[in-house]
Design a protein around this ligand. Structure first.
Ligand SMILES: Nc1ncnc2c1ncn2[C@@H]1O[C@H](COP(=O)(O)OP(=O)(O)O)[C@@H](O)[C@H]1O
Ligand SMILES: [Mg+2]
Length: 320
């Protein structure tokens, strides 16, 4: 059995291969601006390797749940479970060698970080007898390993950054191969990015990201200017699982559907009635009762008794 998968083609030079065994040992960083084709690339990688290696996907946008239909991944809806349950799920997916998509769509940033940290922690702490190889794909990795403190709580940031650092720095021995994608290298914690030995660099506009990409690839900054002109779906590949010199790769097609395509431009008819009537029509009576601008500072005197009465009704219902 071969360890090689085909990621697409090197224009004018045939198929672009990636060595899975090497990837497991040396990890991968994908960077490119929004819309450059990172999620498509990850999907291609996951589809091509789904039958060869176990997979875990940390999916902040619910983009990868469609892998379940074709490849049988278990989709865990993060919003339905507690942190503790996710920690256990991370451990158990290794015991049972099941591929999993952790869908974190709909959670706020703080929760996304804590939930991802719990799941990754469970995988990381699985007992030694379950250290089989797993590709651990984290899309939008700057959300989980941000370079700077943001609006999230310190606690969330610390646990998520710790889990991502463990994945990238200490995961290899445990069979965990981190594959992380980010829109902005400058927003990704340096120690997390630095542990990847394979790179796929896509279209990048900002100088600060280009500079960091050039540094990681060992290219001159002047050469890195070329990242600006890359077409969607074309990435410069470098690393032991890919190519020894920076090589452009056009990512191939995928079999499962993405939900990330976003709104599509389509012609539309003018509104059927004058627009102010449609947008500013009076509300139905119940909704239109104006709320007082200044709520009374103290509750009206009978509110407490109303609450007490409500409590009694509830208690009676409960005992009925
Ligand atoms: N190699 C490709 N071939 C065909 N379509 C692609 C390719 N790469 C990206 N696309 C399409 O371009 C759009 C943006 O790609 P996506 O992977 O979501 O970008 P990103 O994750 O970098 O924001 C999607 O509709 C995707 O299907
Ligand atoms: Mg994406």
């Amino acid at each position: 059995m071969t360890n090689k998968i085909i990621m697409g083609e090197v224009p004018g030079a045939g198929p672009a291969q990636m060595d899975l065994a090497e990837l497991l040992a040396t990890r991968l960083l994908v960077q490119g601006n929004s819309g450059s084709g990172k999620s498509h690339l990850l999907r291609r990688l996951l589809e091509q390797s789904a039958r060869l290696v176990q997979q875990a996907i940390i999916d902040p946008e619910g983009d990868f749940v469609s892998l379940a239909e074709k490849f049988g991944h278990l989709v865990i809806e993060g919003a339905d479970y507690s942190e503790m349950a996710l920690h256990a799920a991370g451990e158990r997916m290794r015991m049972h060698r099941a591929s999993v998509v952790l869908n974190l769509e709909g959670l706020d940033a703080d929760q996304q970080m804590k939930w991802a940290a719990a799941f990754l922690g469970g995988m990381f702490e699985a007992p030694r007898e379950y250290w089989y190889p797993v590709l651990v794909v984290v899309d939008e990795a700057q959300l989980f390993a941000p370079a700077a403190a943001g609006e999230v709580s310190d606690e969330a940031r610390r646990s998520s950054l710790g889990a991502m650092t463990n994945l990238m720095c200490r995961g290899r021995k445990r069979g965990l191969a981190g594959i992380i994608a980010t829109q902005r290298l400058a927003k990704l914690a340096k120690n997390v990015a630095a542990e990847a030995s394979n790179f796929l660099m896509g279209r990048t506009f900002l100088d600060i990201d280009m500079t960091r990409a050039a540094d990681l690839l060992g290219m001159e900054r002047r050469q890195a200017e070329a990242f600006r002109d890359l077409a969607r779906g074309t990435f410069v590949a470098l690393g032991p699982a890919l190519y020894r010199r920076p090589t452009p790769v056009r990512i191939g097609t995928v079999e499962t559907e993405s939900r990330s395509a976003g709104p599509v431009l389509a012609p539309f008819e003018p509104p059927s009635a004058p627009v102010h009537e449609l947008i500013l029509a009076p509300l139905p009576a119940a909704e239109s009762v104006a709320r007082p601008r200044n709520a009374p500072a103290t509750p009206p005197p009978d509110l407490l008794s109303q609450l007490a009465a409500h409590g009694e009704v509830q208690a009676n219902v409960a005992h009925a």
